[in-house]
Design a protein around this ligand. Structure first.
Ligand SMILES: Cc1cc2nc3c(=O)[nH]c(=O)nc-3n(C[C@H](O)[C@H](O)[C@H](O)COP(=O)(O)O)c2cc1C
Length: 396
């Protein structure tokens, strides 16, 4: 039994919290859990908007029944087919056999492919409206935010945007469900980590979606993860605009390094100290073997400067650094300042690979890369200082 949560007199929040799953998509740590948000509109046509991960079906159904009792559901709006939201579609469509599944032309083959359902699909297109009685829903396609079929649903009467994964966040809703009921600062980092790692590759589609939706008057954003936004809409949309243009929020520096025996780490510390002596206050050092890449990538979206270091490992980058640069290349992150360093014992290859990374990314290189053979000695120590000064100079 749960308290009912209402966005309006007839629109209910029926989402659930997941504090059990360790890795989202079996990849991203969920230290603060995650919420799967779903909404139901109790009108002449009862309409559910998105579902939840299948493991939470019991709790989900009890919330649905608390909101609408034994009434049938007429429509299920499928904004996004990823299984954390569409996971309960099949079972719901068995429980509510007359329920129409509403999606677009790219949703249709996914519904057929995943669930074998062909006869209950109602296709909607860009700008189409669906009248539920007193409520209307309008649909806007936002392809590749972050799947091809993704769309958002707008309710003009209450100016609510059901935004799928856009504006979502990791983190369970611990009592507070609306942003004015909770400490939004607690969620901003997890919102950035969610955005950068899950949606970050799709900056252009997000920009297109933002400009498409900019014409709507929005008073509430109801995403499929994270708090329902009423108070911080402008702030979060501004952050999304920045993130999707790969514009950093702050002039800090992320130093990410790999190190087996401490030589590369020593160079990282020297660079960091010199950055601080040159006025850089926001310095975040990460050992890529200790900190999950999702946190490092999130901070790379936040800070303008990036300095990467690695020892040579079997004629390549240390594997954990290779994994990080590979992710960044795949995402096509733009608009950063870069410095690189590393160490080797017989034939260096790490810094060469980091230089290739620099070329691929097109980031502005702030100084010569530093590669030391064996322990750190005067010449390369000074080169580390110069690299730090180069970065600090560009940031000031
Ligand atoms: C498993 C392993 C593989 C290595 N492969 C190479 C290599 O291919 N070329 C090279 O010059 N040094 C290689 N090294 C030596 C390290 O790159 C070198 O000692 C470096 O300074 C280690 O940095 P660290 O102290 O930060 O771990 C290797 C070391 C280890 C342990």
């Amino acid at each position: 039994m749960f308290q009912e949560v209402k966005l309006t007199d007839h629109i209910y929040y029926v989402g659930v919290n997941d504090r059990r799953t360790a890795l989202f998509e079996n990849l991203w740590p969920l230290e603060r859990g995650v919420a799967y948000n779903s909404y139901i509109i109790d009108d002449e046509k009862v309409t559910l908007i998105d579902t939840v991960e299948i493991g939470y079906i019991d709790k989900f159904l009890s919330k649905i029944r608390a909101a609408i009792g034994d009434k049938p559901i007429d429509y299920l709006i499928i904004n996004h087919m990823e299984p954390d939201h569409a996971g309960s579609v099949k079972i719901l469509s068995e429980l509510y056999p007359d329920m129409k599944l509403v999606g677009n032309k790219k949703t249709r083959p996914m519904v057929e492919g995943f669930f074998g359902i062909t006869d209950k699909f109602k296709e909607v297109g860009e700008g189409d409206s669906l009248v539920l009685g007193h409520h209307q829903l309008q649909f806007f396609m936002v392809p590749m935010v972050h799947w091809p079929e993704t769309m958002v649903t707008y309710n003009p009467e209450h100016k609510i945007l059901f935004s799928a994964d856009a504006f979502g966040s990791f983190g369970t809703l611990d009592g507070g469900i609306f942003d004015d009921e909770l400490d939004i600062e607690y969620f901003i980092d997890e919102m950035r980590r969610y955005y950068s790692n899950i949606v970050g590759k799709y900056g252009n589609p997000v920009q297109k979606a933002l400009s498409k939706l900019s014409g709507l008057e929005i008073k509430t954003i109801a995403a499929t993860h994270g708090p329902i936004l009423r108070e911080n809409i402008e702030r979060i949309v501004t952050l999304y605009d920045k993130w999707s243009k790969y514009e950093a929020e702050e002039n800090g520096v992320v130093i990410a390094y790999a190190s087996m025996y401490g030589h590369t780490e020593e160079m990282a510390e020297v660079i960091a100290r010199e950055l601080a002596l040159n006025g850089v206050k926001q310095i975040r050092i990460y050992d890529v073997s200790k900190t999950h890449a999702s946190y490092i990538i999130s901070d790379i979206f936040k800070y303008k400067g990036v300095i990467l270091g690695s020892p040579t490992y079997s004629n390549e980058l240390h594997p954990n650094m290779e994994s990080l640069v590979n992710k960044l290349e795949n995402m096509g992150v733009k608009n950063h300042l870069l410095g690189t360093f590393g160490s080797f014992t017989w034939s260096g290859a790490a810094v060469k690979r980091l230089d290739t990374f620099a070329e691929k990314m097109g980031w502005e290189v702030v100084g010569e890369s530093v590669e030391e053979k064996h322990a750190l000695k005067d010449e390369k120590y000074n080169a580390c200082l110069n690299l730090a000064r180069g970065m600090a100079g560009k940031l000031s």
